[in-house]
Write a new protein. Structure first.
Length: 320
């Protein structure tokens, strides 16, 4: 661990999202006292001049890029232009400004979807660019790959502490539960809950249920970010996950049990499964000292409790 100053200014881009909120909470818990955030209404990260002006005025010592346009299979498939262009603009503006202004450390957050669809399992960091991507989220993946490569180039050419963390599928408090744009786990929680409250209707889920997926609670990712803030990592790219996966069918059964749904699960096999398996090799970050701690079932129970406590607020947001 470096000599960490708890009063150093840390800017969290995307601090109002699920990941950004979790990072903010984790840093506050570790008594960091000088955290900086700006809402998208106050600062449009897609505008290069605005980003550069903001960072030159605020002068953060560390930037954590948790800002992104994100979504599940449907959103990725329906809005490829926005997922590619907006994500490239956001990350490129932040990375360029951080480089130009000599920001001490830059932490770039991406996604395990950067790896090829048929990469050898578990997926190591060296699988990047070794094969074809999953078509349904190709635009988002290409954007994130460009960010990884930018950080790698800056690190290699200028010896700057720019690090990329690639988390597996995330879930937790403040997740997106919109059925059109959400990821699989929050979508399941909402579907099973609503079916339960509607006389235990059947729940229809996409695909066959056979794909294997790895899930990481967002609070574990936040702790990985704190670990990266406090240590100078020797390489530029690290996978962040649990190292364990589960079939979508098994996941559905756990969610069904936790929500108390007693109806049937119907698999719509006319819909796509996506990548057959996506398990990360997390040995690199584990060997340096970080490991995931939150059990999947416990994390889902905690997330469902948060969802139930916030249903009315979430409903109002979706109506707007």
């Amino acid at each position: 661990m470096n000599n960490v100053k708890k009063n150093q200014k840390i800017y969290i881009a995307g601090h109002n999202g699920m990941v950004g909120k979790a990072i903010w909470r984790a840093l506050e818990k570790e008594e960091y006292t000088n955290l900086l955030g700006r809402s998208s209404n106050a600062l449009d990260l897609r505008k290069q001049e605005d980003v550069h002006m903001f960072l030159s005025e605020e002068k953060p010592e560390i930037i954590i890029d948790a800002a992104a346009v994100v979504g599940g299979i449907v959103a990725n498939n329906d809005y490829p232009y926005q997922f590619l262009m907006d994500n490239m603009l956001i990350q490129n503006n932040l990375i360029k400004a951080a480089f130009d202004l000599n920001v001490k450390k830059f932490i770039f957050l991406g996604s395990s979807c950067i790896y090829p669809k048929l990469a050898p399992q578990p997926i190591g960091e060296d699988s990047l660019l070794s094969g074809k991507l999953e078509p349904t989220n190709e635009s988002y993946a290409v954007a994130k790959i460009s960010g990884v490569k930018l950080c790698e180039a800056i690190r290699k050419q200028f010896n700057r502490d720019f690090v990329s963390l690639m988390p597996t599928n995330l879930f937790g408090s403040f997740d997106n539960f919109d059925l059109k744009t959400s990821h699989v786990l929050p979508a399941m929680l909402r579907k099973f809950h609503e079916a339960k409250t509607n006389n235990h209707d059947d729940v229809v889920l996409w695909g066959t249920g056979t794909p294997m997926r790895e899930f990481l609670h967002v609070d574990d990712l936040a702790k990985a970010v704190v670990f990266t803030v406090e240590n100078e990592l020797p390489e530029s790219l690290y996978n962040i996950g649990t190292g364990k996966d589960i079939s979508i069918k098994e996941l559905a059964e756990i969610v069904q049990e936790i929500t108390g749904h007693e109806g049937q699960i119907v698999w719509d096999t006319s819909k796509p499964d996506g990548t057959p398996r996506k398990l990360l090799n997390v040995s690199k970050i584990n060997n340096l000292g970080w490991k995931a701690k939150i059990d999947l079932r416990d994390g889902i129970s905690k997330t469902y409790k948060w969802y139930c406590e916030n249903i009315e607020r979430l409903r109002k947001v979706s109506i707007k």
